[in-house]
Design a protein around this ligand. Structure first.
Ligand SMILES: NC(=O)c1ccc[n+]([C@@H]2O[C@H](COP(=O)([O-])OP(=O)(O)OC[C@H]3O[C@@H](n4cnc5c(N)ncnc54)[C@H](O)[C@@H]3O)[C@@H](O)[C@H]2O)c1
Ligand SMILES: [Zn+2]
Length: 568
């Protein structure tokens, strides 16, 4: 809270610990090259919060002491995210002391222009609103003491020394003995304490969580490594249903359904299993009908839920079944492909194909939760991994240059399934999709940016009759094309496409446009369903990490003289 002494305590604590001190507000301003007020005015609070999150991430990445802006902790999911990144210390002081320190509130926009009594009322309201969030801190420290005492107190807590004659002992949930190790680990951000026994499997590794903020339909994407069984128990807690059906495909069910079912049963649910055929062609009305029949066979009713275990096909098909069975029952997603982890499982789009086109029937039905176990990727063929990485690269290219740069450093580690790399890359990509979906649930504009690379990508898939080329591979090629067009249209600086192509190539993805006549691509693009009127919302990059749309006719996307094998 303002007045608690962050900017006094923070630098002193950092000096004592030999760590960097970061004030996230200042960091955001520095990186953005403008003031917070300007960011709010030009791009809105959501953008500021995204920048703030990045600042926190940067700072926690090298173990800094971080002073958070006052509102940060009250953001949806913030406590969980922050807890996963480090140790949260709540500087607590009685309201009288806070008011005394704040004085006439100079430089405090929230209290500006208020008289003493109104200031007190406003501060109390803020405290009340934030109390629940502060309770998520690892430690509460009495910040009414002298600064050096407060600093010493925090230092002791971080080192795990027992509390001495001080009531602000942070009432940590951990037993004091265990606290020391656990917290030092967090300060160093050693995120995956190696599991030491079978009992600890999946418990000791770092978890992450990303909030998809959609008012009463909000949910969390929870990520971890090797934690399917625990995840199963969490699902039952979350769903509060008596009966669940795991819907999956054979190669996935064989490996992962037993663990998941055990967790679900341990949580108290009766568990049924339903297999659907593998492959995109299973996303059809006949399989949908069969699913309803199986639901009925298994006695599913309104107090039942669907657990979608598999890639995007399982998620889309069983999600649509959940959306429509008995006019809608809850479901959770347990994505097992990179593509479904970062894309298909998030955002609530469900549906099936018709013989005349893909995804022509469906519904928006948000899952109650998305549970990602990165260990399931071990069995996913490399080609499928890379195809999913194409969507991850896409997310970075349109939204997050820091993630793009991170990928440039870690793409091999990610593809080799190093748990830390998986967790970081997936978490960031999920956060991007979550943010875009939160701001535009039903594809009003922003969500269109996710179609970057898809205009040509869809055309390539169509010409291949969806055989021999994976969606992500087609998108990879489409992204390079779109980036080159962005340069040609003067939207992106020269070099953008080359940087993108280099990363795509390192991911083992194809880069060359299949050689077909311009006319063939023109007609395929022309019937793309994203088309509106005579123009197509073509997604262009403005640089790495920033995108926009321009309305173009197919002939402008593929100007005369364009040849597939001679790019852009
Ligand atoms: N709803 C959305 O917003 C959205 C977004 C993007 C894509 N999609 C849809 O998603 C689908 C593509 O998803 P996908 O790429 O995950 O394809 P997929 O579900 O077909 O999975 C790809 C292959 O990998 C196998 N597999 C899955 N997990 C595995 C694992 N852990 N180990 C071994 N094998 C595994 C599957 O059996 C399948 O053969 C398409 O139907 C597409 O339309 C939906
Ligand atoms: Zn896609």
């Amino acid at each position: 809270m303002m007045g608690a002494g962050k900017s006094t305590i923070g630098p002193r604590l950092a000096a004592r610990l030999g760590r960097r001190y970061v004030d996230t507000d200042q960091d955001v301003e520095q990186c953005a090259g403008r003031t917070i007020a300007e960011i709010f005015a030009a791009e809105g609070e959501a953008r500021f919060r995204a920048l703030e999150r990045e600042a926190i991430e940067r700072a926690s990445g090298d173990g800094a002491v971080v002073a958070l802006g006052g509102g940060a902790i009250a953001q949806p999911g913030a406590v969980r995210r922050l807890r996963a990144r480090g140790v949260i210390v709540h500087l607590d002081a009685p309201i009288g002391i806070l008011l005394g320190r704040i004085g006439d509130a100079a430089g405090r926009p929230l209290l500006a222009g208020l008289g003493p009594r109104e200031r007190a009322a406003k501060l109390k309201a803020l405290l009340d609103a934030r109390r629940a969030h502060y309770a998520g801190a690892h430690h509460r420290v009495d910040a009414s003491a002298a600064p050096d005492d407060v600093v010493a107190r925090i230092e002791a807590l971080l080192a795990g020394r027992p509390a001495r004659n001080h009531q602000g002992d942070g009432a940590s949930a951990r037993p004091p003995g265990k606290a020391s190790k656990a917290m030092k680990a967090q300060v160093r951000r050693t995120r995956s304490a190696k599991p030491t026994s079978a009992k600890l499997r999946g418990q000791g590794s770092r978890r992450a969580s990303v909030e998809v903020a959609l008012a009463e339909r909000s949910y969390a994407i929870e990520l971890g490594h090797d934690w399917l069984e625990t995840a199963g128990r969490r699902m039952v807690e979350l769903l509060e249903v008596e009966k669940v059906a795991i819907v999956s495909v054979a190669p996935v069910a064989r490996r992962y359904a037993p663990l998941l079912a055990r967790g679900l049963a341990a949580g108290g649910a009766r568990v049924g299993r339903i297999l659907v055929p593998d492959g995109d062609s299973a996303k059809n009305l006949r399989e949908l009908g069969r699913l309803y029949e199986r639901f009925l066979d298994q006695g599913m009713d309104r107090h039942s839920a669907v657990v979608a275990l598999g890639g995007g096909v399982v998620g889309d098909l069983s999600g649509f079944a959940a959306a429509s069975f008995l006019r809608g029952i809850p479901f959770v997603q347990v994505p097992t492909t990179v593509l479904s982890m970062v894309d298909a499982s998030i955002g609530g789009k469900t549906g099936v194909n018709l013989s005349r086109g893909k995804n022509l029937v469906g519904a928006f039905h948000q899952p109650r939760g998305v549970f990602i176990d990165t260990a399931t990727l071990a069995s996913l063929p490399m080609r499928e991994r890379a195809a999913g990485v194409a969507e991850l690269i896409k997310a970075a290219a349109i939204w997050d240059e820091a993630l793009f740069a991170w990928l440039e450093d870690h793409i091999e580690a990610f593809l080799a399934l190093e748990p830390e790399a998986l967790l970081h890359g997936l978490e960031r990509a999920c956060a991007i999709k979550a943010e875009v979906v939160s701001r535009d649930e039903r594809e009003g504009g922003l969500r269109r940016l996710l179609n970057f690379g898809h205009t040509l990508g869809h055309a390539i898939e169509k010409h291949a009759r969806y055989r021999g080329i994976l969606h992500g591979e087609a998108v990879a090629i489409g992204m390079i094309f779109a980036a080159e067009r962005s340069e040609a249209l003067g939207s992106a600086p020269v070099g953008t496409a080359a940087r993108l192509a280099a990363l795509i190539e390192r991911a083992g993805l194809p880069t060359a446009i299949p050689d077909r006549p311009r006319q063939a691509y023109l007609s395929a693009i022309g019937v793309d369903k994203k088309r509106q009127g005579s123009g197509i919302h073509f997604v262009v990059l403005k640089g790495i990490g920033r995108a926009g749309t321009v309305s173009l006719r197919p002939e402008e996307i593929l100007p005369s003289g364009w040849r597939a094998n001679r790019r852009a």
